[in-house]
Design a protein around this ligand. Structure first.
Ligand SMILES: *[C@@H]1O[C@H](CO)[C@@H](O)[C@H](O)[C@H]1NC(C)=O
Ligand SMILES: *[C@@H]1O[C@H](CO)[C@@H](O)[C@H](O)[C@H]1NC(C)=O
Ligand SMILES: *[C@@H]1O[C@H](CO)[C@@H](O)[C@H](O)[C@H]1NC(C)=O
Length: 425
């Protein structure tokens, strides 16, 4: 039963503990100013989860041009003998490679791609708990480590990850699937490093965060605006990293979702609904319980400042440092705009009507600006942002469209449906 009025009441009841929890979390972040050591052995990592369900997985490290060390996983179904062109999955804000396994083998995109014999690669962006290493900088000691926003993820992380996958597979092209931030950063790469578009047969943007003019999520807007307004103060307090794995907030969420019974189900799903929206019955408690063992996975304050700019300006442009500094950095008082004209490979953008983070109007507007894209609106009026990786309805409502796009354009050759089958040694 869908009951929006009852939901409103629940949301209000939830705001109090969440706000209180957040206050405690912020206070502790200031007090401790150190990520709390995370009890790793308590939860399974990507490889362990893949193994648990009978899949093969391996781990690699990607080094970006500016020295960040990112964790990259490969996964496949061991019954496959030949493989289709590699597929690379990139996660969203505050998430990690775990995203794609959280909803389990009956629902998660990674399992479906592996079962269809794609050679599957799953990356991580700088700043989350699997991208918290650098050749020179120490994330716990050097503020310089946190001097990035999703601009740098698009400029460095996406190209470096693509190069790593191509080098490891000895293939010339791959297919890219980006969720939210994973889609926006892909568009940045196409704008800034157009040579990379020749390495990608097809781009699938799952609620891609390219334009965010109509973002309706109040908590998201307020949180990023506050960090933007008080950016200087956070630096004075020595806060460069926020919402990291191992923070009190993350541990509290993980704990709540392990509680027994009714309360747990309501609280677990309530937190997600607060940030995004409510799609009743769509996300299983078990999925959320897995999600909260590593969500939020951390990012820089500067990244949130950039999101605040993106939402308030409604444009797709580089980080705005203010007139004077822009002039020094960009040679112009205005931060340069990204252009979408080089995102010209066959693309598929997927969106839903109830997405409060990346609004359907923004995705539609981006779709109209692209030369070669298709738009797919999920046929469920309640479809929201977190439904993409976590909904139990994903296999039925979305996977067939993704699969069709990959079969048609995933082998390159202008959509002739040809796939380069290959063996893995
Ligand atoms: C792998 O693919 C086969 C064939 O599609 C399927 O029967 C099996 O359940 C999949 N999963 C695993 C873990 O092997
Ligand atoms: C942060 O990066 C910007 C842009 O790349 C640069 O101008 C600035 O000097 C950097 N700040 C620090 C503290 O490293
Ligand atoms: C500065 O940026 C504006 C807005 O993008 C543009 O119209 C203008 O031509 C730029 N000026 C220079 C000198 O590049």
């Amino acid at each position: 039963m869908r009951s929006p009025a009852l939901h409103e009441v629940k949301v209000v009841l939830l705001i109090v503990p969440v706000v209180f929890g957040h206050a405690v979390y912020c206070y502790s972040a200031i007090e401790l100013n150190q990520p709390v050591e995370y009890p790793k052995e308590k939860y399974l990592d990507f490889i362990e989860i893949a193994h648990k369900y009978g899949y093969y997985a391996e781990e690699h490290t990607v080094t970006t041009e500016d020295g960040y060390l990112l964790t990259l996983y490969r996964m496949r179904n061991t019954t496959c003998r030949v493989f289709l062109t590699p597929v690379l999955l990139m996660h969203g804000l505050l998430l990690s490679s775990d995203t794609w396994l959280d909803s389990g083998p009956k629902e998660g995109l990674a399992y479906y791609l592996a079962d269809n014999c794609y050679d599957l690669w799953v990356g991580n962006f700088r700043g989350n708990y699997l991208g918290r290493r650098h050749v020179r900088l120490n994330p716990d000691k050097d503020p310089e480590f946190w001097n990035f926003s999703f601009d740098e993820m698009g400029l460095y992380d996406v190209p470096a990850t693509i190069d790593a996958v191509l080098a490891l597979t000895q293939e010339e092209t791959l297919n890219y699937i980006g969720y939210s931030q994973g889609g926006g950063t892909f568009a940045i790469m196409c704008s800034e490093r157009p040579e990379y578009r020749l390495k990608v047969n097809t781009f699938i943007g799952l609620a891609p965060a390219i334009r965010m003019k109509f973002t309706r999520s109040i908590p998201f807007r307020v949180y990023s605006d506050l960090l933007s307004i008080f950016w200087k103060e956070t630096k004075l307090l020595g806060i460069y990293e926020v919402l990291y794995r191992g923070s009190l907030l993350q541990r509290a969420l993980a704990m709540i979702c392990r509680l027994p019974g009714f309360l747990r189900d309501k609280l677990c799903v309530g937190v997600i609904s607060l940030v995004d929206n409510y799609d009743p019955g769509s996300i299983q408690t078990e999925t959320l319980r897995r999600l909260y063992t590593h969500f939020p996975a951390g990012t820089s304050v500067k990244n949130f400042v950039k999101y605040s700019q993106a939402v308030n300006k409604g444009t797709f442009q580089k980080f705005d440092y203010g007139r004077e500094k822009n002039l020094v950095i960009y040679g112009n008082e205005t931060a340069p705009f990204y252009n979408l004209k080089n995102l010209d490979m066959p693309s598929l953008l997927i969106t839903g009507e109830n997405d409060f983070i990346v609004d359907i109007r923004d995705v539609t507007s981006v779709h109209k600006q692209l030369k070669n894209s298709k738009l797919f609106v999920v046929k469920n009026e309640y479809w929201d942002h977190f439904d993409i990786p976590y909904s139990a309805y994903f296999p039925k409502l979305v996977f067939p469209v993704v699969h069709k796009q990959l079969l048609k354009y995933g082998g390159g050759g202008g959509g002739d449906g040809f796939q380069s089958f290959y063996f893995i040694k």
